[in-house]
Every structure is written in structure tokens, then in C-alpha cells.
Design a protein around this ligand. Structure first.
Ligand code: F6P
Length: 517
């Protein structure tokens, strides 16, 4: 860090626009990169070539290339749970399964076949009783929800494909609307839960199963309940027919699992060819990530620049702004990917992190958010780095709209960096300080393949940052305490008993709820 601190001292005096001017073609070559359909421009960072070189050295000093090789090879990089993290294997073509992972490769291939059989059968023939499949309810939360949601918002489906509805939070209103509006005969329920113990998912699942049974009888109902889980036996015990359970495995983290049968609803709606193209996109990024040198490695550069902004310059958050409403779920998806992975303050060896880890990830869709929170990005007291994401070729014929959209993206990124010159006597309220960093990503078009490339980029960025911070990106112990406490509070709410060890605030809030219920 001391080397980086000296670069920090120098660069805090610098202006991004001057760095771009003076950096010339070399800055362009070092800070602009293409991987297949994805182009990235990091040149609006408060960073120069020597600073970037020092960051690349930092990556080597933290043995990042070796950690990447270990992850791909299936080593137990998730040390606190003593597991590998093999999401990359889910998208590896048959010929490129690493030695020692053939068992896992076979399990993946078998599950993909099973999923593909069900997708084709249900879409072509409907249910065994002859009813068509028109609706899918995806019941799941966190990684069992956010990935499929992102994919289905982003990618178009053929007209005759089933509509997918999501039940994630344990919200009775959403559940009530679905059981009131949908025809059970034409509805498939898929319970997506790696652990098959998530309260939200099981509560929804119980009510939906009862709904199907009460409307269709037990036998017809059973053909409409599917599960995706790493605990196949628990799903079967819950009442799902075994051939309707699609396995996932301990070695894929929930937030890294959209490449697996967790995307069953996605495959039902988009079809297997699109799902395969998504995997191919992820694999394209994997191949680049595992083979390119640090200096020319897109996820590594993205990670190093994020690390620079967060841990060296001290910026607290990262704002993600896709200029395409089809990517509106991306900031939510990235919140879990980045904050559940790297929201840690203890290092792999158990010692405390000295400094900071993940920034707050937030965002929204451009141009809407320009008319909401961009004021604060331009003139607020916090400097917030922004990831701008644009799509070069739209899927509509309104070229004037698209040019206006991309012009806004270009303008915002430039304005944040450039600001306005400080002029004596000028109105200070109208002054834009500038010097606010951003990155720009372009996808040639929004396709299953290009989206796969983009998602894999962020996954790998997160992993590299976890190496720099010395933390484990693949566990999430921090979510456990609140979950446990909610279980005991549920019975207190029902029975009116005070929870053992409840604090005065909780007791008073329970009393409030009960007095007004
Ligand atoms: O929020 C905690 C978490 O464990 C996530 O990591 C996970 O994606 C989500 O809950 C859902 O878990 P499951 O798929 O096991 O129901």
C-alpha cells in the first residue's frame, strides 16, 4: 500500500482531463480494451500509467494470477466453507473441463440434458394432462432470483413462450395476486433454493403446492411443482417428484449460479439455444481472464481500478448506470454479487482487514437517473465513481432515440470528468467541480452471449478484489444472524410471547404491532 500511497499523493493533485491529454496513445492502449462483444474504457480514472503499473504490481504481489489458476483448477478457494468455487465449470465446453474435475463435468452435463429435456417437453407438449404451459412462478430469493430476473428483463422471448413471474421476498400480496390471477392448470411452480431451507421460499412453496392441489388434485398438482437445489433429498421430502428436481452443487455459490439449473425458468422462456449462448459468453470471458497478462486483462483492470477508487482514493460507493432499460435489474444483481461477496472485514487468515473492502453498489437506468440522483454525482460532496454501460446496436428502429440515449451517456461521463472552469466572479452554484472518475462499457448489442460476457466480467472483478483485500468472496456468514433471529421473532409475533433475550426496542415494537393488528 505504501507504494500506492505515493502515487495517491501525486494523483490527488491531478485532473483527469489533463491526464487524458498528456497520456496520449499510451494511456489509450493501457486503459481501453475489447473482449469479444465488450469494450471497456477506463481512461477517465484519476490514475496515470505509473499508478496503473504499480497497481498491476500489487496484483502480482497478492499472487492474483495464481489465485485465478487455483479457482479454475477447482482448488478449495472458499476456505471458510472448505469448498471450491466452480461457477466457471458450469459454462466450460465439454473439451475444456480441467483434469480432476471430470466427475463434476459429468454431473453438469447430465443436469443440462435433464433440464433441456424438460424445457423441450414442457414447451412442446405441455403437461401430462394435455394443458399448455403458459405461466412459470420462479420462487427463490437472492442468487435464486436476481440472476434469472436480470436475464429475463434483458433478453427477448418468442411470443408463445410461458410468462415468468417471480416470488422472492416473503410477501403475501405478490403471492395473493398470482394465485388469484393465474390458471393453475397452465402454471408451473419452480422452487429454487440451493439450501432448500430458505424460509421465504419454503413458505411460498407450501402455499403454492396447496393451491395447486386444491384446484387440480394431488396427482395433477405434482406434475407442476419442480425444484432446483443442492439438497435433492430435502426437495423430495418436501414433496417434489425426484425426476422434477434439477440438482445444483455445493461448489456453486448462490450469487454465481445463474449458469446452472437455477435458470430453469429462463430456459423455459428463452429456450436452450439462448441459454447455451449465455454460457458461451461467460466462457469467452473466462478464457480471456485466465490467459491474459494482468496489464491486458479486462476483469483485472476493472478490479484494480475499483480497488484504487475504494481503497486508495477512499470513495465509498460505486454507481452502476446502464443506458438501456432492459438492464434495469443489473444494479440489483450486482449489489448481491459484489456486496455479499466482498462485504467482509475479516481476512482469510482470520485477522481484521486493515482499511476498506467493498464499496456500496447502487445505481439505476439512464437517462431516468440523470433526472433523479445525478445532481449529487455532479455537485454533491461525495465523489462517486460510475460504471456507464451502453449498447451500441439497439433492437428497435428508432435511431434518433438511440443516438440521443448514447449521447447522454457520453455527455455524463465527460461532464463528470471535465466539470466547468472555476472563473472569478462566476456564480458558484453553477460550478461543476469535475474530476469525478467513471468507466464506460459498451456491448455491441444486447444478446445472450454479450450479457454472459458482461456478467462474467463482474464476477471475476469481484474475485480479483477479494484477493487484493485478502478476503473470501465465496461465503456469506453475515446474513445468518438476522435470519436466525427472525425465526424466533416469528413465533413471538404469533403467540404474543416476548422473545428470549429480546431487547427493549424489539419488545416495544412487537407490542406496537400487536396493539394495532
Ligand atoms: O442471502 C443469503 C443467501 O444465502 C444467498 O447467498 C442466497 O443466494 C440466498 O440466500 C438464497 O439461498 P437459497 O438458494 O439457499 O434459498
Amino acid at each position: 500500500m505504501t507504494v500506492l500511497t505515493s502515487h495517491r499523493q501525486r494523483l490527488l493533485q491531478a485532473r483527469i482531463v489533463e491526464l487524458i491529454e498528456s497520456g496520449g496513445a499510451q494511456r489509450g492502449r493501457s486503459m481501453r480494451l475489447r473482449v469479444g462483444p465488450l469494450y471497456a474504457d477506463f481512461s477517465r480514472s484519476l490514475l496515470d500509467i505509473p499508478g496503473l503499473a504499480a497497481l498491476c504490481e500489487q496484483a502480482r504481489a497478492h499472487t492474483v494470477p495464481a489465485a485465478v489458476a487455483a479457482m479454475f483448477a477447482g482448488e478449495r478457494v472458499n476456505v471458510t466453507e472448505d469448498r471450491p468455487a466452480l461457477h466457471t465449470l458450469l459454462r466450460a465446453p465439454a473439451g475444456s473441463i480441467p483434469a480432476g474435475l471430470h466427475g463434476e463435468g459429468t454431473a453438469i452435463a447430465e443436469t443440462r440434458r435433464k433440464m433441456s429435456d424438460w424445457v423441450n417437453r414442457l414447451n412442446d407438449e405441455g403437461f401430462a394432462d394435455g394443458s399448455r404451459l403458459r405461466h412459470v412462478i420462479n420462487v427463490g430469493i437472492g442468487g435464486s432470483d436476481l440472476g434469472p430476473r436480470l436475464l429475463l428483463e434483458a433478453l427477448p422471448a418468442a411470443r408463445d413462450r410461458p410468462q415468468v413471474h417471480f416470488l422472492s421476498s416473503v410477501d403475501g400480496h405478490a403471492l395473493n395476486r398470482l394465485v388469484t390471477e393465474l390458471n393453475p392448470a397452465e402454471t408451473l411452480v419452480v422452487l429454487v433454493s440451493k439450501s432448500f431451507s430458505t424460509r421465504e421460499t419454503l413458505l411460498h412453496g407450501t402455499v403454492l403446492r396447496q393451491w395447486l392441489e386444491s384446484q387440480l388434485g394431488a396427482e395433477r398438482a405434482s406434475t407442476r411443482v419442480f425444484a432446483v437445489s443442492a439438497r435433492v433429498a430435502a426437495a423430495v421430502q418436501f414433496g417434489v417428484a425426484e425426476n422434477q428436481v434439477l440438482p445444483i452443487w455445493d461448489w456453486v455459490g448462490g450469487r454465481y449460479s445463474l449458469w446452472s439449473a437455477v435458470s430453469f425458468a429462463v430456459a423455459l422462456r428463452l429456450g436452450m439455444p439462448d441459454f447455451d449462448a449465455l454460457l458461451a459468453g461467460g466462457h469467452l470471458m473466462d478464457e480471456h481472464f485466465r490467459s491474459a497478462d494482468v496489464e491486458q486483462n479486462l476483469p483485472m483492470l476493472a478490479a484494480l481500478i475499483g480497488y484504487w477508487n475504494r481503497s486508495v482514493l477512499g470513495y465509498n460507493s460505486l454507481c452502476v448506470v446502464p443506458y438501456d432499460p432492459r438492464l434495469r435489474e443489473l444494479p440489483h444483481y450486482l449489489q448481491q454479487l459484489e456486496m455479499e461477496s466482498n462485504g467482509k472485514s475479516v481476512r482469510v487468515d482470520g485477522s481484521p482487514v486493515l482499511g476498506t473492502t467493498v464499496p456500496v453498489i447502487w445505481g439505476g437506468v439512464g437517462t431516468d437517473v440523470q433526472h433523479a440522483f445525478f445532481q449529487a454525482l455532479h455537485q454533491g460532496t461525495e465523489v462517486v465513481p460510475v460504471d456507464f454501460i451502453g449498447i451500441v446496436r439497439p433492437d428497435h428502429p428508432y435511431h434518433a432515440h438511440h443516438h440521443a440515449l448514447l449521447a447522454n451517456l457520453l455527455a455524463q461521463s465527460a461532464a463528470l470528468a471535465r466539470g466547468t472552469p472555476a472563473q472569478e466572479g462566476a456564480d458558484p452554484h453553477r460550478h461543476h467541480p469535475g474530476n469525478r472518475p467513471s468507466s464506460v462499457y459498451f456491448l455491441d448489442a444486447l444478446t445472450p452471449q454479450s450479457l454472459g460476457v458482461l456478467i462474467a466480467l463482474y464476477e471475476h472483478k469481484v474475485f480479483v478484489q477479494s484477493c487484493l483485500w485478502g478476503i473470501n468472496a465465496f461465503d456469506q456468514w453475515g446474513v445468518e444472524l438476522g435470519k436466525k433471529m427472525a425465526v424466533s421473532l416469528e413465533s413471538s409475533l404469533v403467540a404474543g410471547e416476548m422473545p428470549a433475550g429480546g431487547d427493549a426496542t424489539t419488545l416495544s415494537l412487537i407490542a406496537q404491532i400487536r396493539s394495532r393488528a
